[in-house]
Ligand binder design. Sequence first.
Ligand SMILES: [Zn+2]
Length: 322
Amino acid sequence: MLRVPFDSAFLVGYAFLFGAAVGSFANVCIYRIPRQRRNRSDLGLVDADLLPEGHSIVRPRSFCPGCRKPIPWHDNIPLLSYAILNGRCRTCRTRIPLRYPFVEFLTGALFALCAWRHVSDPQAFSLPVALVAMGVSAALVILAFIDLDFRIIPDGLSVGGVLLAVPLSLLVPPLHVKLWPPWAFQPVSGPMEALAASLAGILAGAGSIYAMHLMGVGYLRIKALLRSQRFDPDQAVVGGGDLKMMAAVGGILGWQGAVLIVFLLAPVFGALVGIAYRLITHDEYIAYGPFLALGTLIVMLMRREILELLGQAFAGRAVIPI
Ligand SMILES: [Zn+2]
């Protein structure tokens, strides 16, 4: 009988390989979702950029964008094929962007991290929670790269996430912590509390982005006033895609996570990278989705530590004698 070794290191290793394979599919999604024919008006893509009629995310199998030849399975092995083919298509020698193996590695690494969190802390990160975290990781990788390329977050990912968040919360209540006290790691007692946490998270995620938008508009108005310029109301501060994305994230991680990501983590990462990016490219606009995604990954993987840290900080302040 075949005996599968199932100890921790193997579990994490399997998760990496599984993640790399999912990452290979993520590459297909990143390329194909924005190039679907129904998205043409949003992105101003010309016909030649779009997928041919009848193509979808799953059909037909992967082909080389250079010579359009289908890629055989043995040239489509995550990470390995890129190395064996030396980064070029076997038929036409078109360069395969380094991003392809990078996305495979990144997804593999994130899956491995999810598995490792489960192995190292099974109470906080049960197997179902780890599986959801893997799915969320893959969705975030796809979303972040599409946002980098086209500055859109497809509704299929964001609205789809909102629609999935509620049934997922009912099925896997340990995804959520109690609504109150805000900064404590106290898992919910059952599906109904998880449902409440999910709904509160959807509202908090969307509401936080909307508040961010209002603050940005206020800032731009004051800036225009001080420079005696006209305020352009069309100047988008945060996009609608960000709002829908964070509604989904809140629905899965709860309101505490959504608030932390929108008001603390994403702005800090965005400011650090944004300043550098602006100095190099002089481009004022930067996709915000990748920073929200990065913040989401950090909260998802380290929620227990973050909530406990914040809980201690608040508790510490409460005992300072006045
Ligand atoms: Zn080719």
